[in-house]
Design a protein. Structure first.
Length: 662
C-alpha cells in the first residue's frame, strides 16, 4: 500500500438490521477490484464478517475495517453492526468517521435504529449519503419512503437520482445533475432538486427566481459544497444483492463526501476506538490519527493514562489478513501493536484535534455468569475481563468475596454472542442467569454530606459536600468552591477524581445520577494529611450526603414503534396500560395501525415475542433507549453492594487502608 497517498476518505457504513449493509460492502469491495470474488453474508464468506459467530449467524457483531481505492482515493471503509444489541460498536465507529453512508431498506423504511443513528450523525455534524437499498423488492415504494425520510429524519435529505423501474423491474437510476436526456418524471425530479438547492444558496436562489441561466455544473458544485458541509444529504438508489447501483454509490462517495484532513507535521493527536486480540500479533489497538504521524518503534504518550508506550508494529488488518505498514499518517486508520496498557477511548499524543463523541449505547440489563467446573473459574474471570477490554460497556463486575461475575448487556442476542465467543475463543462453557434491569438512583432533595477523617492517625481530611437533584439526563455536575489555603489544589483534584467513583453505588446499590455535587468546604493538615486521605474520605462524605437526601429509584424506558393489523390494535393499547406505558394516539395506515409510545424495560422485556405470537408474525416492533425516569413508589429494587459500605465508617476505613497498602 502506498503510504504517500494524500487523498483519503474515512467512511462508516451504518444501517438498521437487515437493510443489506454487509452485502452492500461486499459489492463495493468487488466493484472496486479490492476482492476477486463476491462475499456472501448468507454463505458466511463476507470479508468483513471474520468472526466464526458472524459467519454462523449471518449478522455483523463487531465493526470491521477494510480499504480499497476508487479513482485515486484510498477509502477506509468501516462496516458497523446493524443490530441494536451491538450499538456500542456503532458508537465507537461514529467518533472516528469523517463521513457516513446510511443505508435504508426501500421495503422496511425508516426504523427506530435508523433514527437513532441519524440523530447521532447530526449531533456530530458528519456529512452523510443516504443509500436506499432493496429497490428491486416487492413493496419497494420510493415516494412513500421519501415522505417517511422527511418526516422521521430530515427534509434536507434530497434525491440526486431518479430510480428507473419499480420493484422487480428496477434497473438502476439516472443522475439528475448529469447532462442526460430526461423524460417528464425526470424533469420534475430535477426541478425539485434545483428548488431544494436554491433554497439553501442565496446566490442561486436570486438567479433562479430571476430566470437566469444556471448551468448543471453550477447546480452540481452547489450540491457538493452543501453535502460536504453537512447541510444537504444526497439520496441515491440501488439493489446491492444484484449489484445494481454500486458504481452509482462509489462515485457519489468520492464526489459528495469530504476527504480526511490532518497535518502529518503537527504534534501527534489520535484516538483508540477498537481493541482486538490476534493469535500472532497479540493485543492490537485501532487508532484514528487526526494529526502527526506514527512509525514502528516510536515511543507514544498516552494522554489519558499519562504513560509512555512503544509501538512495535503498525498494521492494516482486513478480516483474517494483515500487513505491516510501518507508518501511520494523519487522516489514516490502522492497528497499532505494542500498546499493552491502552484502553478504548484513550487519546494518544495531545487531545487538540479529537472530535466529541455521541453516546448511543446504554446497557439496560445485567446478568450473572455461571461456569461449568470450579477449575474454570479463574479462566472465566480472565476471559470476561479480556472481552470487557474489547467492549468496555460489558463492565464486568467481579465480586471476589462472593466468587460472582456479573456483566452488563444490551439484549438477548448479545448474550448468545458472548456465550459463543467464550466457547469458540476460550474453550469455556459459560451460561448466564435471567437478565435483570439496571436501575439508577437520584437524590430526593437537597442535603449536605460531612466527613472529618482524623482518626486513626496519621490522617487528616475534612470535607463538606452540598448535594442537589439535577434535571433528568444531566448525569453528574461537579463543582468545588473552597479556598486553596484550606485545601491544596492537588487534594481538590483527588476529591474531584473520587466523586464519580463514590457515586457508583448509592443507598440501594445502583449508580447515582442526575445530581450536582458541590465541595463547599475542605481542610488538610500540614503534618498529618497523607496524600491518599482524600481518596478514603470522599466516599464517606458522599454517602453521608446521600443518607441525608435520600434517593429515589430511576428505571430505563424504551421509545417503541409498533405496527400491527388493525384488528390487533385494541390488545396492544391494553398491553401498554398493563406495562405502565404511555402512548401517542394510534395512526391508521391502510389496514394497519401505527402505535408509538414509551415502555419501561422491566415490564416489556418479553413483549416483542408475545406480540409476534398473537399477531401471527404480522407485526413489527422497533425500539431504542429513551432515558431514565422516576419509578412509581411501589417499585423497589436493590442490588448487592460490592465492598464495605462507606456509611459503616470504621469498617470502611480499615478495609480501604488495607486495600491502599496492598
Amino acid at each position: 500500500m502506498d503510504i504517500n497517498v494524500t487523498k483519503r476518505l474515512n467512511v462508516g457504513i451504518f444501517a438498521h438490521v437487515d437493510a443489506g449493509k454487509t452485502t452492500t460492502t461486499e459489492h463495493i469491495l468487488f466493484e472496486s477490484g479490492r476482492t476477486r470474488t463476491l462475499g456472501s453474508v448468507d454463505e458466511g464468506t463476507a470479508l468483513t464478517d471474520s468472526m466464526d459467530i458472524e459467519r454462523q449467524r449471518g449478522i455483523s457483531v463487531r465493526a470491521a475495517m477494510t480499504s480499497f481505492s476508487w479513482k485515486g482515493v484510498q477509502v477506509n471503509l468501516v462496516d458497523t453492526p446493524g443490530h441494536v444489541d451491538f450499538l456500542s460498536e456503532v458508537e465507537r465507529s461514529l467518533r472516528v468517521m469523517d463521513c457516513a453512508v446510511l443505508i435504508l431498506s426501500a421495503v422496511e423504511g425508516v426504523q427506530a435504529q435508523s433514527e437513532m443513528i441519524w440523530n447521532a450523525l447530526r449531533k456530530l455534524a458528519i456529512p452523510t449519503l443516504v443509500f436506499v437499498n432493496k429497490m428491486d423488492r416487492v413493496g419497494a415504494d420510493p415516494e412513500t419512503l421519501l415522505s417517511e425520510i422527511h418526516k422521521f429524519l430530515s427534509p434536507d435529505i434530497v434525491p440526486v437520482q431518479l430510480p428507473l423501474g419499480r420493484e422487480q423491474e428496477f434497473t438502476g437510476a439516472i443522475e439528475l445533475l448529469e447532462d442526460a436526456p430526461m423524460d417528464v418524471a425526470g424533469n420534475k425530479a430535477r426541478i425539485r432538486l434545483f428548488e431544494h438547492l436554491a433554497e439553501r444558496d442565496e446566490t442561486l436562489l436570486e438567479s433562479y427566481l430571476n430566470g437566469d441561466a444556471i448551468s448543471l455544473a453550477q447546480w452540481r458544485n452547489c450540491a457538493v459544497e452543501l453535502a460536504k458541509s453537512a447541510k444537504l444529504f444526497p439520496l441515491i438508489y440501488g439493489a446491492a444483492a444484484k449489484g445494481i447501483g454500486i458504481e452509482s454509490l462509489l462515485d457519489p462517495m468520492i464526489h459528495y463526501l469530504p476527504l480526511a484532513g490532518g497535518d502529518a507535521e503537527a504534534p501527534l493527536s489520535g484516538i483508540v476506538f477498537k481493541i482486538e486480540r490476534d493469535k500472532s500479533m497479540g493485543r492490537m489497538a485501532y487508532v484514528r490519527l487526526y494529526q502527526g504521524s506514527l512509525r514502528n518503534r516510536d515511543n507514544v504518550h498516552n494522554y489519558t493514562r499519562d504513560i509512555q508506550e512503544k509501538v512495535t508494529q503498525i498494521r492494516k488488518v482486513e478480516g483474517a489478513r494483515s500487513e505491516d505498514l510501518g507508518w501511520l499518517a494523519a487522516g489514516d486508520i490502522a492497528a497499532v501493536c505494542g500498546l499493552s496498557h491502552v484502553r478504548i477511548g484513550d487519546i494518544l499524543g495531545v487531545p487538540d484535534a479529537i472530535p466529541p463523541e455521541a453516546k448511543l449505547a446504554v446497557p439496560l440489563l445485567t446478568v450473572r455468569a455461571y461456569w461449568k467446573t470450579e477449575a474454570d473459574y479463574p479462566h472465566v474471570v480472565q476471559a470476561l475481563q479480556e472481552l470487557s477490554d474489547e467492549d468496555p460497556l460489558l463492565d464486568v463486575q467481579w465480586l471476589q468475596d462472593e466468587r460472582e461475575l456479573h456483566v452488563k448487556v444490551m439484549g438477548p442476542i448479545q448474550l448468545e454472542i458472548l456465550h459463543s465467543l467464550l466457547e469458540n475463543r476460550y474453550g469455556l462453557t459459560v451460561t448466564f442467569g435471567n437478565p435483570s434491569v439496571i436501575y439508577k438512583e437520584t437524590p430526593k432533595q437537597i442535603g449536605e454530606g460531612f466527613i472529618a477523617y482524623t482518626m486513626p492517625k496519621p490522617c487528616w481530611a475534612i470535607l463538606r459536600f452540598r448535594i442537589e437533584p439535577g434535571p433528568r439526563g444531566s448525569g453528574l455536575v461537579y463543582e468545588a468552591n473552597v479556598r486553596t489555603e484550606d485545601l491544596l489544589p492537588q487534594y481538590q483534584k483527588e476529591v474531584e477524581r473520587r466523586v464519580p467513583e463514590a457515586l457508583q453505588q448509592g443507598l440501594c446499590g445502583w449508580e447515582v445520577t442526575d445530581l450536582k455535587v458541590t465541595l463547599t468546604y475542605g481542610q488538610h493538615h500540614v503534618w498529618h494529611t497523607h496524600p491518599l486521605d482524600f481518596a478514603v474520605a470522599t466516599p464517606m462524605g458522599i454517602m453521608d450526603g446521600l443518607a441525608n437526601t435520600g434517593t429515589a429509584l430511576l428505571e430505563p424506558l424504551l421509545q417503541v414503534r409498533i405496527v400491527v393489523p388493525e384488528e390487533n390494535a385494541g390488545r396492544v393499547i391494553n398491553d401498554f396500560a398493563l406495562m405502565r406505558g404511555t402512548m401517542e394516539p394510534p395512526v391508521l395506515q391502510g389496514d394497519r395501525m401505527l402505535i408509538e409510545g414509551r415502555l419501561p424495560v422491566a415490564t416489556s422485556m418479553n413483549y416483542p415475542v408475545e406480540l409476534s405470537s398473537y399477531t401471527k408474525g404480522r407485526s413489527t416492533f422497533s425500539s431504542f433507549f429513551a432515558g431514565y425516569e422516576l419509578c412509581p413508589v411501589e417499585v423497589s429494587a436493590e442490588r448487592q453492594r460490592r465492598g464495605v459500605n462507606p456509611l459503616d465508617q470504621a469498617k470502611y476505613i480499615l478495609s480501604v487502608r488495607k486495600a491502599l497498602q496492598g
